[in-house]
Design a protein around this ligand. Structure first.
Ligand code: F6R
Length: 260
């Protein structure tokens, strides 16, 4: 695991973008896994800016959403597919084509069949080259909440109370308006991506980041499973790194790989 600690979310997003750019220099058609929430907004802005400069494009790529709410209406502003369309799709964004943005269909009644099909779709596309991740303050990645299987596939799952309260800010601050169920790539699915790029900002992520990097691998903190992945980049701001015991060591290793 490489762990980069930058002073601000802006600097961290720019550093994360460099990791995406270096992959696309080698593999211009790479397949991205894309998350939602507040955390990746700065990274997506970097990708859009690079696209506007003609230095980067997703025009020849496919992207797979990490998760989707179940039962949210097709035109809901917070439906993750709609969020990702606004952030990434189109020539004014990153060049990603709408038909190349894949997301689990949370609109149908048989979500379990949809979930199984989603894993097959990822596999048929050749697998995800780089999966962008955020992290919940309870250590979830995707919506793999504490206590779930560490080898799960894409599945339908209830959101924890903590996640519903955290996401209420996207739903007029009314927890009751947050969908209670979602479809998420499982931890086993996420672990098959060839590169993981996880971003974490703010003090409320500090405990989860400390567990992610230094805690025992445990379903209590689902993100700890990424310690078993061969190529993981965790990029944080100073606040999210504030509970790490070995931050100096991570900084040295990061500087050796990427320069100071
Ligand atoms: C969202 C997702 C979640 C978020 C996490 C952090 O697609 O899978 O795991 O990454 O809840 O959310 P923010 O970034 O809003 O703090």
């Amino acid at each position: 695991m490489y762990l980069g600690i930058l002073d601000t979310p802006e600097l961290a997003s720019a550093a994360a973008a460099q990791i995406v750019f270096s992959l696309f220099k080698k593999e211009p058609n790479a397949i991205l896994g894309v998350t939602t929430g507040s955390t990746p907004e700065g990274l997506y802005a970097e990708l859009r800016a690079a696209h506007a400069r003609g230095e980067f494009t997703l025009a020849n790529s496919q992207a797979f959403a990490l998760d989707e709410y179940v039962g949210i209406s097709a035109d809901h502003y917070e439906r993750y597919r709609n969020v990702l369309r606004r952030e990434l799709v189109g020539s004014r964004n990153t060049g990603l084509k709408n038909e190349n943005l894949h997301s689990p269909n949370g609109l149908v009644s048989n979500s379990a069949a949809v979930a199984a099909q989603y894993d097959r779709d990822i596999r048929d596309a050749g697998g995800i080259d780089l999966q962008i991740l955020g992290i919940g303050s309870n250590g979830h990645i995707g919506f793999n909440e504490p206590g779930g299987s560490l080898v799960s596939r894409t599945h339908v799952t209830p959101l924890s109370r903590q996640t519903i309260l955290a996401n209420a800010r996207f739903f007029g601050h009314y927890p009751r308006n947050v969908p209670k169920t979602c479809i998420t790539q499982g931890l086993g699915t996420i672990m098959e991506a060839r590169i993981l790029l996880l971003l974490a900002f703010g003090e409320n992520k500090a405990e989860a980041v400390a567990q992610l990097a230094e805690g025992p691998i445990s379903a209590r903190w689902p993100a700890t499973i990424t310690q078993m992945h061969p190529e993981v980049y965790v990029v944080t701001d100073a606040a999210a790194a504030s509970k790490l015991e070995l931050s100096e060591l991570y900084q040295e290793r990061w500087a050796l790989k990427f320069g100071a």
